[in-house]
Design a protein around this ligand. Structure first.
Ligand code: NOJ
Length: 509
C-alpha cells in the first residue's frame, strides 16, 4: 500500500504556501495512522518548476523550496523509524533546460559531444526551418524547439524539458550515478517517470497519421515517442543497480495498454512494478471496470510482478470528480476504494484520496500547468487535481500552511473535508480508508492472489479471494440482495440485507 505525496500539495512546513519535506516529516504519524506501508514522493530536486519539478536541473540535490539534503535524510530516518518505506521519483527521460548539461549543449556547436547528450537535429526544408519530424508534444505544440544556430532539440513534454539521448553511454552512466546517490542514502526505491519513453527509434522517423481521424495512433506501435523496444535495455541497467542493494524496488509509469507489451516491462530483470492505469481511466460502469480488472490481472499473469492499482494521481482528474462529483462522486469513490483495496497486489493512494478530495475549478489567472499555455488555452491542465490537502480548521489554508496564500488557492467550505474533521467522524471517507487498510493488512480473508468472479446481478461486480474475502460492488440503479457472509466493511449502511446503489461491501465468505 503506497501513498503518493505530491510534494507541493501535501503539507507546508516552512510557511511559504508550498508543500515541502519538513511538512511531510511532520505528518508521518498521520500516514502511519492511515495504515500505509510506503510513500512515493514526487520530484523535490532543484528545478525551475516549468513542470512543477518534473523538469530537473540537478537530480542529486534538493530544491531549496522543498528543503535540503539534511532535511531529506531526516525525513528518511523518521519514516524508517516509524516503519514506512520511502520511494522517490526518478525523471530519466528529460532534464530541465537549466540543467548544466543542457546549458553546455546550447553553448556548444552542432555535432559537439555536449549536444550528443540530447536529441539535437537539423531541421527540414531548404533552410532547415521545419522541425525534423512531425511528432507532437504531449503538452501541445510540436515536440521540437529551434535554437539560435538553427538546430532543433526534441522535447516530448515542454520545451523546458529536453529529452536525453539514451544511446549515449554517458547518459546511462549518469542515471546510474543518480540511482546510487539516493540508494546509498537509504531510499527504498523509485517511481520512474515516463518509463516507456526513454528510447527513441533510430532516425526519428515521422509518425503516420491515422487517415480518417487525422490523429496519431497513440496506443501501441503507431506512437513512435513511446514503448520502443530499446527501452528494455535501459530498465535492465536500472534493475542491475537496484539489485546491488537489499530490498529495493522500482515502479514504472508505463502508459501502455496492451497487456503483453506492458508485461515486457515486468520481466524478472526489469521493473518490479508498473502502474496499471486501466482503473485510473475507467468509467463508473460494471463492464468497463471488470474488463479493466481482468486485463490488469492478465498483464501480470506470467511475470513476477503483482498487479498495481491506481484510482487517481497528479496527472488525471480525481476519481470523486470523474465519477460525477458532489455526493454522487463521493459515494462512488467510497465504493471504488473498497473495490481497489479488495484486489490482490499493490495499491497506490494519491494524497487526498483518503479524504475524498474532489477536483477544484480554478479561475484562468491562477492556472500554472504548462498544458494551459502550450495548448493555447484550450486545455486547462492538471492544476484542478493538485490543490493542497486540507488538514484542519475552517478556512484556507486548513492547516496545510500558515499562510492562506497557497501556491494553488484552496476553496472556502472545506472545513468538513479536513483530516481533523474526518478523523472524528466514523462515517467519513478517512475512517473508511483507515478501517479498510487495517483489515487489508490484518485479515486472513485477503490471502491469496486469485480473483474468482462470482455470479452477480446485472450491473454488479462480485469476486472472491482465496482467503475468503468476497467483494460486491453495486453499479446498477437498484439495491441488490447481499450475499451470505459476515459483513466486514461496507461503503454505505447495509442493515436491511441489501447493498444500496453505488455501494460496495466486503464479506467474509
Ligand atoms: C509524468 C508525470 O507524472 C507528469 O506530471 C509529468 O508532467 C510528465 N511525466 C513529464 O515528466
Amino acid at each position: 500500500m503506497f501513498y503518493q505525496v505530491y510534494v507541493r500539495s501535501f503539507a507546508d512546513g516552512s510557511g511559504d504556501g508550498v508543500g515541502d519535506l519538513a511538512g511531510i516529516r511532520a505528518h508521518l504519524p498521520d500516514l502511519v495512522a492511515l495504515g500505509v506501508d510506503a510513500l512515493w514522493i514526487t520530484p523535490f530536486f532543484p528545478s525551475p518548476m516549468a513542470d512543477h519539478g518534473y523538469d530537473v536541473a540537478d537530480p542529486r540535490d534538493v530544491e531549496p523550496v522543498f528543503g535540503d539534503l539534511a532535511e531529506f535524510d531526516a525525513l528518511l530516518a523518521d519514516a524508517h523509524a516509524q516503519g514506512l518505506k520511502v520511494t522517490i521519483d526518478l525523471v530519466p527521460n528529460h532534464t530541465s533546460d537549466q540543467h548544466r548539461w543542457f546549458q553546455e549543449a546550447l553553448a556548444s556547436a552542432p555535432g559537439s559531444p555536449a549536444r550528443a547528450r540530447y536529441l539535437f537535429r537539423d531541421g527540414r526544408g531548404p533552410d532547415g526551418s521545419e522541425p525534423p519530424n512531425n511528432w507532437p508534444s504531449v503538452f501541445g505544440g510540436p515536440t521540437w524547439t529551434r535554437v539560435p544556430d538553427g538546430q532543433w532539440y526534441l522535447h516530448i513534454f515542454a520545451p523546458e524539458q529536453p529529452d536525453l539521448d539514451f544511446t549515449n553511454p554517458e547518459v546511462v552512466a549518469d542515471l546510474e550515478e543518480t540511482l546510487h546517490f539516493w540508494l546509498r542514502r537509504g531510499v527504498d526505491g523509485f517511481r520512474i517517470d515516463v518509463a516507456h519513453g526513454m528510447a527513441k527509434p533510430a532516425g526519428l522517423p515521422d509518425m503516420v497519421r491515422v487517415e480518417d481521424t487525422g490523429l496519431f495512433a497513440d496506443d501501441g506501435p503507431g506512437d513512435l515517442r513511446f514503448d520502443q523496444d530499446g527501452v528494455h535495455a535501459i530498465h535492465r541497467r536500472v534493475r542491475a543497480v537496484l539489485d546491488q542493494y537489499e530490498d529495493r524496488m522500482a515502479v514504472g509509469e508505463v502508459w501502455v495498454f496492451d497487456d503483453e507489451r506492458l508485461a515486457r516491462y515486468l520481466r524478472p530483470d526489469e521493473l518490479h512494478l508498473a502502474f496499471n492505469f486501466k482503473l485510473l481511466t475507467a468509467d463508473w460502469d460494471a463492464d468497463v471496470l471488470r474488463t479493466a480488472i481482468e486485463h490488469s490481472l492478465l498483464a501480470v499473469a506470467d511475470v513476477p510482478a503483482p498487479a498495481c492499482w491506481v484510482l487517481s494521481n497528479h496527472d488525471r482528474p480525481r476519481h470523486v470528480t470523474r465519477y460525477g462529483g458532489g455526493e454522487l462522486g463521493t459515494r462512488r469513490a467510497r465504493a471504488a476504494a473498497l473495490l481497489q483495496l479488495a484486489l490482490p497486489g499493490v495499491a497506490y493512494v494519491y494524497n487526498g484520496d483518503e479524504l475524498g478530495m474532489p477536483d477544484v475549478d480554478l479561475p484562468d489567472e491562477v492556472l500554472q500547468d504548462p498544458i494551459w499555455e502550450r495548448s493555447v488555452h484550450t486545455e486547462r491542465g492538471r492544476d484542478a487535481c493538485r490543490i493542497p490537502v486540507p488538514w484542519s480548521g475552517d478556512s484556507p489554508a486548513y492547516g496545510f500552511s500558515t499562510t492562506p496564500d497557497t501556491w494553488l488557492p484552496m476553496p472556502d467550505g472545506w472545513g468538513p473535508l479536513t483530516a481533523q474533521a474526518q478523523a472524528a467522524d466514523p462515517d467519513s471517507m478517512l475512517s473508511l480508508y483507515r478501517t479498510a487498510l487495517a483489515l487489508r493488512r490484518s485479515s486472513a480473508a485477503f490471502g491469496g492472489e486469485d480473483v474468482q468472479w462470482l455470479p452477480a446481478a446485472e450491473g454488479c461486480l462480485a469476486f472472491r479471494r482465496p482467503g475468503g474475502l468476497v467483494c460486491v460492488v453495486n453499479l446498477s440503479s437498484a439495491p441488490v440482495p447481499l450475499p451470505e457472509g459476515e459483513v466486514l466493511l461496507a461503503s454505505e449502511p447495509v442493515t436491511d440485507g441489501a447493498l444500496p446503489v453505488d455501494a460496495a461491501v466486503w464479506l467474509q465468505g
